[in-house]
Design a binder for this molecule. Structure first.
Ligand code: NI
Length: 169
């Protein structure tokens, strides 16, 4: 396993749509392990492959129970087929530095995906789990959570980021 570098906004790679995974081999499992290790090192609760520069439809999601050992799951080629209800809650992203804000998402979703062996999966997700999946699937489509906030808020974040980057230069 290896910790990979997480790309951050405004890196244009984060804006590119990812491709479907068609080969389910050891390489894919290794990539998923690297993604999980990178996510926990950050630390974060979800990661999409394009955040480490791999333009493929793979996400890892933390499913650790409170007080439990770290546990994650991997979804390959995930698609949100249905969504219902809506809930607004605090969100952040490993690729959007020093920013969290309220984002509206479906409360409950239906998801189709594949596991690391290519077996089809179909399940429902709610609340926290549903939010993470929606956030990560957005990544695979080249979207970030700051696309889902008001243009004024986004402008303010861009301003703040400019200052941060300047102070690091
Ligand atoms: Ni993110």
């Amino acid at each position: 396993m290896a910790i990979r570098t997480i790309l951050t906004y405004p890196n244009p790679i984060l804006r590119q749509k990812t491709g479907k995974v068609t080969t389910f081999d050891e390489e894919l499992k290794k990539l998923a392990d690297d993604m999980a290790e990178t996510m926990y090192d950050a630390p974060g609760i979800g990661l999409a492959a394009n955040q480490i520069g791999v333009p493929q439809q793979i996400i890892v999601v933390d499913i650790t129970e409170p007080d439990g050992d770290k546990e994650f799951t991997v979804f390959v080629n995930p698609v949100i087929s249905e969504g219902e209800g809506s809930v607004t809650d605090e969100e952040g992203c490993l690729s959007v530095v020093e920013y969290t804000t309220q984002v509206k998402r479906f409360r409950k979703i239906k998801v189709t995906a594949q596991d690391l062996d290519g077996n089809p999966l179909e399940f429902e997700a709610e609340d926290r789990f549903a939010r993470i999946i929606q956030h990560e699937v957005d990544h695979l489509l080249g979207k970030l959570f700051i696309d889902r906030i008001s243009s004024l808020k986004r402008k303010l974040y861009k301003k703040k980021l400019k200052k941060i980057l300047k102070s690091q230069a």
